[in-house]
Design a protein. Structure first.
Length: 559
C-alpha cells in the first residue's frame, strides 16, 4: 500500500505526456507546413548574439591572415640580412609579395569592406617600410626606382579595384604612396622622381573622376602633389648655400612640374564642365587656382626674364578660352560665374605681364569699351563689371589716378601722359555706353555709378589742369589761387552733373553731383579756410552757396 501513491503519480505523468503528443499530432495534421517551419527554426538565441559572434569571428580571421602576411615580410627581411643571396633579388621578391596582397583586397565583396581595407593595409605596411630601408639603409634602390615602385603600387591597386570600385583599396594605396613619396623626397633630397610619382597619382585620380569613380580620393592626391611642388619651389628659390645637399636642376626641370600639375587639373576641369556638362565643384575651383599659382610662381622664380612674356601670352590665350566657355558655349549658373571671373583675371594678369605701360593702358581701355558695349547690348551684369575692372586697371597702369588725386588735392603734376589722356576719354565713353535697362537691380546701378565716378574724377582733374594752364601766363598760381580754382571747377562739375542727370534721367550723375557737393564742403574746411585769402575764401563760399541752391532746384524741375 505504501508504493501505491508513487505508482499513481507515475501513471499521471505518462498520461500528461501522451496527451501532449496527441495534441502535437493533431496540430501537425491541421498545418503541416507551419509545423515543419517551426521544427526547422533554430533554437532560441539571445538577440544579436549570433550576428556579433559571426562578425567578430570573421574580423579575427582577417586580422590573423594579415598578421601572417606581416610575418612573411619579416621572414624575407631576415633572409636578406643573413643569406648570401643578392639583396636586390630578395627585394624584388618582397615587392612582388607586397603587391600580391592587393589581390585579396580587391576581390573582397563590397559588404566586406573591413577585409578589403585590412588586406590593402597589409600590403602598404609591408611595402612602405621595406622601400624606406632599401632606399636609405641598404642603398639597394636608387630614389628614381623607389618612386617608380610607388607608382606601380598605385597603378596595380587602381587596376585591381577599378571594376569593382573598391573604395578602401583606392584610399589605402593613394594615402600610403603619397605619404611615402613626400617622406622619401625629403629624406633622399631627390625631389623630382617623387614629384613625378605624385603627379601620376593626381593624373590617375582625375581620370577616375572623369569616369565618375572615386571622387573622394581626389583631394588627397591633389594635396600631396601641391605640397611636393611647393617644397620644390621653396627650396630652389632660396640661396644656393641653403640647399647644398640637393642636386643642381635646370630651369626646365624646375618649371615643368608646376606646369604639368596645372595641365592635369585644367584638362580635367575642361572635360568635366565642357564635355560632360557637369557643375564645377569647389574642390575643382580651388585646386585649379592653386595649380595655376604654383605654375606661375615656378615660371617667375626660375625664368623671370623671358618667362614673364610667355606667361602673359599664355594667360591671354586662356582668357579667350574662358570667355568662349562662358559666353559662346553658354555655360550657366556656377560654371558661368567661375569661367567669366577666370577670364577677366587672366586677361588682367596677361596684359600686365607682357605689355609695356602705354600699350597696357591702350589695351585695357579698349577692352573696357568693348565690355561696356556688349554689356549694354545684352544687359549683362558680368560684362559691365569687367568693363569697370578693366577701366580701373587702365587708370592705375597709366597713372591717371595719381594724376587726378594730385590735381584735385595735392601738388599739381607737370604734364599729363598720353596714356592717361586716352584712359580719361575711354572712361567717358564707358559711362555713356552704360544705359538704364527696363529691369535693373541695385548691382547694375552701383556699377554705373562707379563707372561714372571714374569718368567724372578724370574730367575734373583735366579741367583743373586746363584752367591752371590758362591763368599761368598772367598770374603765378599760389595756394589761394589753386584752392579757389579747385572750388570753382568742383562747383561747375556738380552743377553740370545735376543738369545732365536731370535732363537725361541718369540717376547716377545726380548722385555724384551731391557727392561732389559734400567734397566741396570738406575742401572748404581743410583747404580754403587754411590756405586762402579773405577775398578768395569769400568767393569760394559764394560759389558753394550758389551750387547748393542750384543742384536741388534742377532736380525739382526734372521731376
Amino acid at each position: 500500500m505504501e508504493v501505491l501513491p508513487d505508482t499513481l503519480e507515475r501513471l499521471a505523468d505518462r498520461l500528461e505526456s501522451l496527451e501532449r503528443r496527441v495534441l502535437a499530432l493533431e496540430a501537425l495534421e491541421r498545418s503541416p507546413s507551419a509545423a515543419m517551419q517551426e521544427s526547422a527554426a533554430p533554437s532560441p538565441v539571445a538577440p544579436g548574439e549570433g550576428f556579433s559572434l559571426a562578425q567578430a569571428g570573421g574580423a579575427f580571421s582577417v586580422l590573423g591572415k594579415s598578421m601572417l602576411g606581416i610575418a612573411g615580410a619579416y621572414l624575407l627581411r631576415a633572409v636578406a640580412e643573413s643569406s648570401s643571396l643578392p639583396r636586390l633579388a630578395i627585394a624584388v621578391v618582397a615587392i612582388i609579395y607586397a603587391l600580391l596582397w592587393l589581390v585579396p583586397a580587391a576581390r573582397a565583396r563590397k559588404e566586406e569592406w573591413f577585409a578589403g581595407a585590412v588586406y590593402a593595409g597589409t600590403s602598404a605596411l609591408i611595402l612602405a617600410p621595406m622601400l624606406w630601408e632599401l632606399t636609405l639603409s641598404f642603398k639597394v634602390l636608387p630614389p628614381p626606382a623607389t618612386a617608380g615602385i610607388l607608382s606601380i603600387f598605385v597603378i596595380v591597386a587602381t587596376a585591381l579595384a577599378w571594376k569593382m570600385d573598391r573604395t578602401p583599396v583606392f584610399w589605402v594605396a593613394n594615402l600610403t604612396a603619397s605619404a611615402a613619396a613626400l617622406a622619401l623626397a625629403v629624406a633622399t633630397r631627390q625631389l623630382i622622381p617623387f614629384i613625378a610619382a605624385l603627379l601620376l597619382m593626381a593624373l590617375l585620380s582625375e581620370y577616375a573622376a572623369m569616369r565618375n569613380r572615386q571622387l573622394s580620393v581626389r583631394p588627397l592626391a591633389a594635396l600631396a602633389a601641391d605640397a611636393g611642388i611647393w617644397a620644390l619651389i621653396f627650396i630652389y628659390a632660396g640661396p644656393q648655400s641653403a640647399r647644398m645637399d640637393y642636386p643642381v636642376l635646370g630651369a626646365s626641370g624646375l618649371i615643368l612640374p608646376g606646369c604639368l600639375l596645372f595641365l592635369i587639373y585644367g584638362v580635367s576641369v575642361a572635360v568635366r564642365t565642357v564635355q560632360l556638362r557637369q557643375k564645377i565643384s569647389v574642390f575643382e575651383i580651388s585646386q585649379a587656382m592653386i595649380a595655376f599659382l604654383l605654375a606661375t610662381s615656378s615660371v617667375l622664380y626660375f625664368e623671370s626674364v623671358r618667362g614673364a612674356i610667355v606667361l602673359g601670352v599664355v594667360c591671354l590665350l586662356f582668357s579667350a578660352a574662358c570667355y568662349a566657355v562662358a559666353f559662346v558655349l553658354k555655360a550657366d549658373g556656377r560654371n558661368f560665374r567661375v569661367f567669366a571671373s577666370w577670364a577677366a583675371s587672366l586677361f588682367l594678369a596677361g596684359s600686365f605681364l607682357c605689355l609695356p605701360p602705354f600699350w597696357l593702358a591702350v589695351c585695357l581701355s579698349l577692352a573696357a569699351i568693348a565690355a561696356a558695349a556688349l554689356g549694354a547690348r545684352i544687359n549683362g551684369l558680368t560684362l559691365t563689371f569687367h568693363s569697370l575692372a578693366f577701366l580701373v586697371a587702365a587708370a592705375i597702369a597709366s597713372g591717371l589716378l595719381d594724376y587726378a588725386f594730385n590735381a584735385l588735392a595735392g601738388i599739381p603734376p607737370a604734364t599729363l601722359g598720353a596714356g592717361a589722356s586716352l584712359v580719361s576719354v575711354c572712361a567717358v565713353i564707358c559711362s555713356a555706353l552704360s544705359k538704364h535697362g527696363p529691369q535693373e537691380d541695385w548691382k547694375h546701378e552701383l556699377l554705373r555709378l562707379a563707372t561714372a565716378a571714374v569718368a567724372v574724377f578724370a574730367l575734373a582733374a583735366l579741367l583743373v589742369e586746363g584752367l591752371l594752364f590758362l591763368v599761368s601766363p598772367g598770374v603765378t598760381p599760389d595756394a589761394p589761387h589753386l584752392a579757389f580754382i579747385r572750388t570753382l571747377i568742383l562747383c561747375a562739375v556738380a552743377f553740370a552733373l545735376a543738369f545732365v542727370g536731370s535732363r537725361m534721367h541718369r540717376a547716377e550723375l545726380t548722385r555724384i553731383a551731391y557727392a561732389t557737393l559734400a567734397l566741396v564742403a570738406v575742401k572748404l574746411l581743410f583747404e580754403d579756410l587754411r590756405h586762402g585769402r579773405l577775398d578768395f575764401i569769400a568767393a569760394s563760399i559764394f560759389l558753394f552757396a550758389i551750387t547748393l541752391i542750384a543742384v536741388p532746384w534742377l532736380g525739382r524741375i526734372s521731376r
